[in-house]
Design a binder for this molecule. Structure first.
Ligand code: SF4
Length: 368
């Protein structure tokens, strides 16, 4: 049985209509999904250049960009996915994963169709690698999202599953509505975004988790169809903007699992972002175009963590291995467990005012 399809089936057939029904919202397919895009440049002959992500698509009239979610209509550029939700679910924040942001909180999580890269190991390819018309959607306006989140006791809205950069305008409006309702916003992204939209995003949301998919341009070229440097630049900008940032590095056997890869990413995080940025090494499961590869061996994940620990990073984790001790957060000073986890469940929090309850060492994160 394909677990990914099963999960998606659940998202589409159970969670979304159920949540939408509670808010009195029905499926629609009309002009309400369309808004003028925010970051683009008009060119001669009704062409436009999209300035949202480093791909910088130049698009003729009546054509779309690489992500399939934006269209040039007569020299004006439009997003086609505002409020056009294809997946929605209430998840633990640990599932994103965020380990230093509101531990134990639930997040109302949503996605639209489309993506600005094409990772061969994508776990959500049925929604990320399709055009908006190819997947069933529900109209969920920003205020509805904030309302559903609040009604269901969610402390955050998570923009996730596909790539939130391509539904940027919707994410920005929803984050604003969430903030007005007292619900925070957490973004799960590949970080392939231009600096100007990123800085504006940092003013509006509360946490960003970046999937750093590898640490070589070769990997980004051959497996992601993107570029590494803009992602690294985005991470630096997030930290400079004071954004709470965590990094996930999905360890894909034979493709990004060398000591040089692990050393490279750990050293870079230490030098450019600091010791307090959590770095999650997560287990790969064969998906999409990489079904020929095995699950990541535990020993490889433990090697990656050991390398990050040796570099002095305070919070290196092993992910997708429920029950492993490296799921816990340990105080960097006294080494006691200050947040205990079992899979996506938080089983103990030993913090007082953001400090270790045993030795009073501050633990970086957003705890309240
Ligand atoms: S957001 Fe979409 S249209 Fe814009 S540059 Fe990126 S891939 Fe191209």
């Amino acid at each position: 049985m394909n677990n990914a399809v099963d999960r998606r089936h659940f998202l589409m057939t159970a969670a979304l209509p159920c949540l939408a029904a509670r808010a009195g919202i029905s499926e629609e397919s009309d002009a309400r999904f369309i808004r003028e895009a925010q970051f683009y440049e008009k060119l001669p002959h009704k062409k436009i250049k999209c300035k949202l992500c480093p791909r910088e698509c130049v698009i003729d009239d009546r054509e779309r960009g690489y992500c399939g979610a934006r269209e040039n209509r007569g020299g004006t550029y439009y997003t086609l996915v505002h409020s056009r939700v294809v997946s929605a679910h209430i998840d633990p924040i640990e599932k994103k994963p965020f380990f230093h942001f509101l531990p134990g909180a639930m997040a109302f999580s949503l996605a639209t169709a489309g993506c600005n890269v094409n990772c061969k190991m994508c776990q959500n390819w049925e929604i990320s690698q399709v055009r908006p018309e190819q997947v069933r959607a529900t109209y969920l306006a920003p205020r509805d999202v904030a309302q559903i989140a609040k009604q269901n006791g969610c402390r955050a809205i998570a923009y996730t599953y596909s790539e939130p950069v391509i539904f940027y305008e919707y994410m920005m409006d929803t984050a604003q509505a969430g903030r007005a309702a007292g619900v925070r916003s957490a973004v799960v992204t590949g970080g392939y975004i231009h600096q100007e939209p990123l800085k504006k995003l940092c003013e509006r949301v509360d946490a960003i988790k970046v999937d750093l998919k590898g640490f070589s341009q070769k990997f980004y070229t051959e497996v992601v169809n993107g570029e590494l440097k803009p992602v690294l630049d985005a991470l630096v900008t997030m930290r400079r903007q004071g954004m709470w940032t965590e990094i996930v590095y999905l360890v894909v056997p034979t493709l990004n699992d060398s000591d040089a890869d692990f050393q490279g990413v750990a050293r870079w995080v230490r030098a450019e972002l600091g010791l307090d940025v959590p770095l999650h090494f997560t287990r790969f499961h064969p998906e999409y175009l990489l079904k020929n590869l095995p699950v990541t061996p535990l020993k490889t994940l433990e090697r990656a963590k050991a390398i990050a620990d040796a570099e002095g990073l305070h919070y290196a984790y092993i992910g997708n291995v429920p029950g492993h001790p490296a799921e816990n957060t340990y105080c960097p000073k006294c080494r006691r467990a200050v947040v205990e986890r079992e899979g996506f469940t938080v089983s103990g929090i030993h913090l007082r005012d953001g400090k270790c309850q045993y030795c009073r060492q501050p633990i970086a994160g957003v705890w309240l």
